[in-house]
Structure formats: structure tokens, C-alpha cells
Write a protein that binds this ligand. Structure first.
Ligand code: MG
Ligand code: ZN
Length: 212
């Protein structure tokens, strides 16, 4: 069997399980977000901010994906919400079977919004449907503004794009206009939210997106 065929079979199986997950999430009235980015773009910090701001209004749960260590899961757990960790042991993406196993450790009836923090990687996580409602790609101003050109698939499948670390914009060579233009060329439907998870500037638009 050729490599291409094997990969297609894996993705096909993944999509079947993702469809099951989508039904399960729907049955439990759960809204789900798959958070995708390179390492170090600020996913966990954004999640911490989001939990602190919204947890009195809505019940949040988190699936935390990491290659090694449960450092991020511990940071999330400190905010007193249910969190389950997936350690991929070198695996560079989450897939639907991993998420299906992980959520058996969550009471889905006690959660309204589930955030899935994917492994930091802009390549293969784009190919794996996790049954989520929205894929959100997070890019920070400390990265290159040509990210959409380098990783077009991620920007094609994303519903929303967060540009994080806007507080650092004066100090870096990042052109937000050209970034948006590059991303829009690939995905004209993409919603953009500029913010700083650190200072909180612009983060209200993200909360609105999550709650809408
Ligand atoms: Mg993280
Ligand atoms: Zn991978």
C-alpha cells in the first residue's frame, strides 16, 4: 500500500470519529473551539484570560494537548475549571480518537464551552477534524507576517484568526496589513481579531466571538 493511501485511510477514519464527536457535542449543547498555532504564540495565556473573564457566566472545560509535560494543563487547572491533558509523546497533532478518549474524563453535561488547545504546529493539525465548531488560528506579532503564505492550509480551514501580542507591534518587524492581506487571499471568510492577551487590549472582541 502506498504512503498516500495509508494517510488517506487515517484521515478517513479520523473524519468518521470527528463526526461522532460533533454529534456528541451537539447532544450536550456544547460549543467547541480548536485552538491552533505555532509554539509560543500565547494560546495558554489567552485561554487563562478567557477563563477568568467568562467562567462566572458560562461553564468552561479544556482539553490540553502537548507533546511533553503537563505544564500548560496545570496552569489551566489553577483557574478551577475541568481540564484533561493529552500528552502525545512526540506526536505533532491531536486527532479525533485522542480527543474521544480524553473527553471520557469530562462531564460534558456540566460544560457549555470546550476549548481544545492543539499541539503547537501550523502544519498537520489543519488536516485533523476534531468535531469542533470553530477552528481558531493564533499568530503573534513576534512571528513572520508571511505565515499565511507558508502555511496556507491552516488559514484556509480556520474560521477566525487572532493576531496576538499587539502590544509588541512597535518593537517588531510585523506588518499587520500585509498579514491580513495574505490571509484573506487564502480565505476571504476569515474573521480577524487583534489583541494582546497580556495587556487585555482588544480582547473583548474575542470574548464576543466566543459567546456569539
Ligand atoms: Mg500552551
Ligand atoms: Zn502531526
Amino acid at each position: 500500500m502506498s504512503v498516500v493511501t495509508v494517510e488517506r485511510k487515517i484521515l478517513q477514519k479520523n473524519d468518521e470519529i470527528a463526526a461522532e464527536l460533533r454529534q456528541l457535542f451537539k447532544k450536550n449543547n456544547l460549543k467547541t473551539f480548536n485552538l491552533l498555532s505555532s509554539p509560543g504564540s500565547g494560546k495558554t495565556t489567552l485561554l487563562e484570560r478567557t477563563i477568568d473573564h467568562l467562567k462566572e457566566r458560562i461553564r468552561i472545560g479544556v482539553v490540553e494537548g502537548d507533546v511533553q509535560t503537563d505544564n500548560d494543563a496545570q496552569r489551566i487547572a489553577a483557574h478551577d475549571i475541568p481540564v484533561v491533558q493529552i500528552i502525545t509523546n512526540g506526536g505533532c497533532h491531536l486527532d479525533a480518537p485522542l480527543v474521544r478518549d480524553a473527553i471520557t474524563r469530562l462531564d460534558l453535561t456540566a460544560i457549555d464551552i470546550l476549548f481544545i488547545e492543539n499541539v503547537g504546529n501550523l502544519v498537520c493539525p489543519a488536516s485533523y477534524d476534531l468535531g469542533e465548531d470553530k477552528k481558531v488560528v493564533i499568530v503573534s506579532t513576534t512571528e513572520g507576517d508571511d505565515k499565511p503564505l507558508k502555511y496556507p492550509k491552516m488559514f484556509r480551514v480556520a474560521n477566525a484568526c487572532i493576531l496576538n501580542k499587539m502590544d509588541l507591534l512597535p518593537y517588531v518587524d510585523f506588518d499587520p496589513v500585509s498579514f491580513r492581506k495574505n490571509a484573506q487571499k487564502i480565505n476571504p471568510e476569515l474573521i480577524f481579531i487583534d489583541l494582546s492577551a497580556k495587556t487585555g487590549d482588544g480582547i473583548g472582541a474575542w470574548f464576543e466571538y466566543v459567546m456569539s
